[in-house]
Design a protein around this ligand. Structure first.
Ligand SMILES: O=C(O)[C@H](O)[C@@H](O)[C@H](O)[C@H](O)COP(=O)(O)O
Length: 272
């Protein structure tokens, strides 16, 4: 099956984490060979917990000083807020590294914009006053600094994207039927009305997602069964995850467990 995503159904979540760790290291090594830096973006939700296994955090092959980490989407909340994807990444990955391990460069949302007058010494703005477009533009500039100017590269090419899949088929903060799915200029875009709280977020856009060299979804647990059937067996038009599968084809791998793939007819592999 050329051009089709690979669907893995691992027997245990331990196996899933182990396979994820080895896939990350393979992508890292290929990227370092190619351009001596590893550009990765990670999502929120349940994904960061799969990064917490010692297979990854204690992996002797990690070259974290070469990592440029972005968030595939981020909620417009302070970086230490329990809702923040940055906070989840810190808790589930960065804080579990050995004390002597180098730290990656992590590109966070610019918190100044969350404060009145963009002044961090002033109180936080009310949610309705959060300037999501400014936050998104600022984050896009962080990508521009790492990937080169927008006029010289049409789209940034991430070495690896680690994404989740929502029960409605959303990924990043790209939701079914939302106008943001048609965004084809911005690399990063704001959303004001995310159906999944909190409502204000920024997200990589669909062209940036499908342009990545490698895209790995992690979707585990029985709660994902229904949506995986819709994505793989029905290929329901318009679901953001289906758009990624179709737009990026064989560059996409889904890391699932047996509970999630139960009942899915699309062919699965049980190991890498
Ligand atoms: O910040 C977020 O909300 C996400 O990045 C989002 O796209 C997430 O990955 C999916 O909603 C899946 O979340 P679960 O893995 O928790 O189901």
């Amino acid at each position: 099956m050329i051009n089709h995503p690979t669907l893995y159904s691992f027997p245990t979540s331990e196996k899933l984490s182990e396979s994820l760790a080895s896939t990350i290291i393979t992508a890292q090594d290929a990227a370092l060979k190619r351009h001596n830096t590893f550009r990765i973006a990670v999502s929120g939700g349940s994904l960061p917990q799969y990064l917490s296994s010692p297979h990854l955090t204690q992996n002797p092959s990690l070259k974290l000083d070469k990592w440029e980490v972005f968030y595939a989407d981020e909620r417009c909340v302070p970086n230490s807020d329990p809702e923040s994807n940055n906070k989840a990444f810190e808790d589930k990955f960065l804080n579990l590294l050995s004390a002597d391990s180098p730290r990656p460069t992590v590109h966070k949302l610019n918190e100044d914009y969350l404060h009145e007058d963009n002044d961090p010494s002033k109180p936080l703005r009310a949610v309705e006053d959060i300037p999501t477009q400014d936050i998104s533009d600022d984050y896009e500039q962080q990508l521009v600094r790492v990937f080169a100017a927008k006029d010289s590269v049409k789209l940034p090419i991430f070495d690896l994207l680690l994404l989740g899949c929502g029960p409605d088929g959303h990924t990043c903060s790209l939701f079914p039927g939302h106008e943001l799915l048609r965004e084809d200029v911005a690399w990063v875009a704001p959303i004001e009305d995310s159906p999944k709280p909190p409502p204000k977020r920024i997200t990589l856009t669909m062209p940036v997602v499908t342009h990545a060299l490698r895209i790995v979804f992690v979707a585990a647990g029985a709660g994902k069964q229904g949506i995986l059937k819709q994505i793989f067996d029905k290929e329901e038009e318009g679901l953001p995850c289906v758009l990624v599968n179709k737009g990026a084809g064989e560059k996409v791998a889904w890391f699932c467990d047996e509970a999630a793939t139960g009942g899915v007819e699309y062919p699965v592999k049980s190991s890498l």
